[in-house]
Design a protein around this ligand. Structure first.
Ligand code: GLP
Length: 270
């Protein structure tokens, strides 16, 4: 695992978007794993800008989202399909049939979960998985005690997660679906590269547990410590509880892999 600390949330989102754009340019038929949540909105805004100003091409790319609520009409406000259309899909040249989210309205949810895994497999697996982190340390909707080898399945959401996500439902807790389909921790660990983005003070303590704490099903993001190629992009606020900050900064400042990303002025959209 590597941790990259940048000054603020805009630069963190920009760096994440630049890493992703580089992968897409290198492999136009990239299979991209996508995440939702407020943190990701900025990343998608940058990707839309790169598409508009630099011609970043999504036409051959396939996407798989981590999760979707159960029981919401697919394109209704609050659904992750709606979120993705609003923040990314409608703003770039991705083909609608290349965008995959679990169908939370499926009559047979178990079959839908198995079919989702099969679709990922048929497209050769996920090349790059974008991840956020929930307040309880979840990735996707893998709530505490999710098996670290789990696959795509139904999960009941914790009361804390429901409260955190209520903002997407006009602040009305009663409207937040209680269950979701999520890729499993094992599904996520199978992808070839993971990129986790965390910003803001509210993420500092849980991020430190995930990155530097023991690997535990109580904090499913900690399973990323097992992944051979996982990078974590954070802003200063989210980095405050990390014990290894000096080392992480040294790596970013000195490793050749990061040379092209270091000058954040250059990272600004042209
Ligand atoms: C939801 C999603 C997660 C995401 C989390 C963080 O729970 N299922 O994938 O990481 O939100 O959201 P935010 O960026 O709004 O803090």
């Amino acid at each position: 695992m590597e941790v990259i600390i940048v000054p603020d949330r805009d630069r963190a989102a920009l760096l994440t978007a630049r890493i992703l754009a580089k992968e897409l340019r290198a492999k136009p038929n990239l299979v991209l794993g996508l995440a939702t949540g407020r943190t990701m909105e900025r990343v998608y805004a940058f990707l839309a800008t790169f598409h508009k100003n630099e011609g970043l091409d999504f036409s051959r790319c396939h996407t798989f989202n981590l999760d979707e609520y159960i029981g919401l009409p697919a394109r209704s406000q609050g659904s992750y399909r709606h979120y993705m259309e609003e923040h990314l899909f409608a703003k770039v040249n991705i083909r609608p049939e290349h965008t995959h989210l679990p169908d939370g309205g499926a009559s047979d949810l178990g079959a839908e979960c198995r079919a989702y895994e099969e679709r990922i497999r048929q497209l050769g697996g996920i090349d790059l998985q974008l991840l956020g982190i929930g307040g309880d340390g979840h990735i996707g909707f893998n709530e505490p005690l999710s098996a670290l080898l789990s696959r795509t399945r139904e999960k009941a959401l914790t009361p804390a997660t429901l409260a955190q996500n209520a903002e997407m439902f006009g602040g009305d807790l009663a409207r937040v679906p209680r269950r979701a389909i999520t890729m499993g921790v094992g599904t996520i660990l199978d992808c070839r590269r993971c990129l986790l983005l965390a910003t803001g003070k509210s993420k500092a303590a849980i991020l430190a547990q995930a990155v530097e704490g023991p690997i535990t099903a109580m904090v499913t993001a900690s399973a990323l410590q097992l992944h051979p190629r996982c990078q974590v992009v954070v802003d200063e606020e989210a980095a405050t509880s990390l014990g290894g900050q000096d080392y992480y900064r040294w790596i970013f400042a000195n490793e050749p892999e990061w040379a092209e990303f270091r000058d954040l002025e250059l990272l600004k959209p042209r």
